[in-house]
Design a protein around this ligand. Structure first.
Ligand code: ADP
Ligand code: ASP
Ligand code: MG
Length: 422
């Protein structure tokens, strides 16, 4: 008997029929003698629906008070799906109980819409498990020290599940989703993408942070910190497939260095359409410029990703950086109204139709010429590179958004990741 955490995403919970399927699958694990904690997402589309309602009422950038209400609102999606799953389990003859984040409690900081989990009380969960119940815990949400409901950022149910698994020292955390594992790139964009049977923790961390939405980055961070055994697998297999087969399916996130993603130099391609670029042109080239520009942006609580400063010419330089698209208008406004006049720069402009495409692989550490192979492949497709950033195991470029799919497909092929190349 083992204690296992299952997480089911929005599509897997998308209708009462699918919820019944989830309940039957969970019941199968219970009948095999396991203790189960299940963390569901809201039914697919529900979080978007709720947030769109709020936007109708308050279209401009949300104030702090509005952010609080956005979290109270969005958290109801998971509350509904959790209760529905507990009901479906009971209908299958499985004892179960559902808890919202504040009932566990899952304690977080107070950063509405992107709160971080600080602690999880396991007393209530363990008592229910010991009483033979399946415990259903809402994904995506928690409660801060003042008792306000918080949410963990989009895709946050993955993080809830891994954090619950860490708190309970569960044997394994299984992330059930609408694809059957982690692929070399998003299989919806590149049909030739290949499923990986294992992926190293470090590569998964890079892929998640560079835009592969299959796992929320914080869930991977948690798994790394607490050494949670983590597997991504399909919720769309028939619920009654053999349990041992199911338990070995999908993609296992491994912590062993030598179990590199299929031993390839480049193991995966990630992309992200959520960023926008801002350029400050004709800035006096003197000490303190980066601080003046980026300090003001950081003070406004806007995160910056890639940064480029050109070499100065005639005492002037250009400075570009990327921010999340949601922060684009605010960052642009801030620079135009506050920073530009103080800096004496010539112009601020921006582009929110960009995307970031990245190649990831542990093998890049020990191979040279990988980045140049990437640049050559993009140039052969006639794609202009606007920004570049590198780290030990990844190279990212910013390009025009309209070339995203072309770039991802070309790179997937050139690095030998296409199915046919295997
Ligand atoms: P869930 O609702 O189950 O959390 P998500 O939509 O958040 O599901 O994540 C699963 C989706 O992630 C897949 O449908 C797929 O389109 C996308 N995805 C992006 N990159 C990858 C990748 N490298 N491997 C697998 N899926 C990926
Ligand atoms: N329901 C939330 C979202 O849509 C959390 C999740 O699904 O993981 O972002
Ligand atoms: Mg998700």
């Amino acid at each position: 008997m083992a204690l296992i955490v299952h997480k089911y995403g929005g599509t897997s919970m998308g209708s009462t029929e699918r919820i019944t399927n989830v309940a039957k699958r969970v019941a199968k694990w219970v009948r095999a003698g396991h203790q189960l904690v299940v963390v569901p997402s809201a039914m697919s589309g529900e979080t978007n629906r709720l947030l769109a309602l709020a936007k109708e009422l308050a279209p401009s950038h949300p104030t702090d008070s509005t952010q609080r209400e956005l979290d109270a609102l969005a958290a109801t999606g998971e509350q509904a799906s959790s209760a529905l799953l507990a009901i479906a389990l009971q209908a299958q003859g499985v004892q179960s109980v559902s808890y919202a984040g504040w009932q566990v409690p899952i304690k977080t900081n107070s950063a509405y819409t992107k709160a971080r989990i600080e602690s999880i009380d396991d007393v209530r969960i363990r008592a229910d498990l010991n009483a033979g119940k399946v415990v259903v815990i809402t994904g995506f949400q928690g409660v801060d020290a003042q008792g306000h409901i918080t949410t963990l950022g989009r895709g946050g149910s993955d993080t809830s599940a891994v954090a619950v698994a860490a708190a309970l020292k569960a044997h394994e955390c299984l992330i059930y989703t609408d694809v059957d594992g982690v692929y070399t790139t998003d299989p919806r964009v590149v049909p030739q993408a290949r499923r990986l049977s294992t992926v190293s923790f470090e590569e998964m961390l890079e892929m998640a942070s560079l835009g592969s939405k299959v796992l929320q980055i914080r869930s991977v961070e948690f798994a790394g910190k607490y050494k949670v055994k983590l597997r991504v697998l399909s919720s769309f297999t028939p619920w009654d497939i053999d349990l041992a087969t199911e338990a070995e399916s999908g993609t296992l996130i491994t912590f062993e260095e030598d179990e590199q993603m299929e031993q390839a130099v480049v193991s995966g391609i990630a992309f992200n359409r959520d960023e926008a670029k801002i350029s400050v042109l004709g800035v006096p080239d003197k000490p303190g410029i980066a601080y003046q520009i980026l300090g003001a942006v950081a003070d406004a609580n806007i995160e910056v990703d890639m940064i480029i400063q050109n070499t100065g010419k005639g005492g002037l330089t250009d400075f570009s950086f990327t921010v999340h698209r949601n922060d684009y208008a605010r960052a642009l406004e801030l620079l135009k109204t506050k920073v530009l006049p103080d800096l004496g720069a010539k112009e601020v402009n921006g582009d929110d139709r960009i995307c970031k495409v990245s190649i990831v692989g542990i093998g890049m550490r020990s191979h040279v010429g990988i980045a140049s192979k990437m640049f050559r492949s993009l140039s052969e497709e006639g794609i202009n590179i606007q920004m570049i950033s590198t780290s030990e195991i990844k190279t990212s470029v910013v390009i025009d958004e309209k070339y995203m799919e072309l770039a991802v497909r070309a790179l997937h092929k050139v690095f030998g990741l296409d199915q046919t190349a295997a």
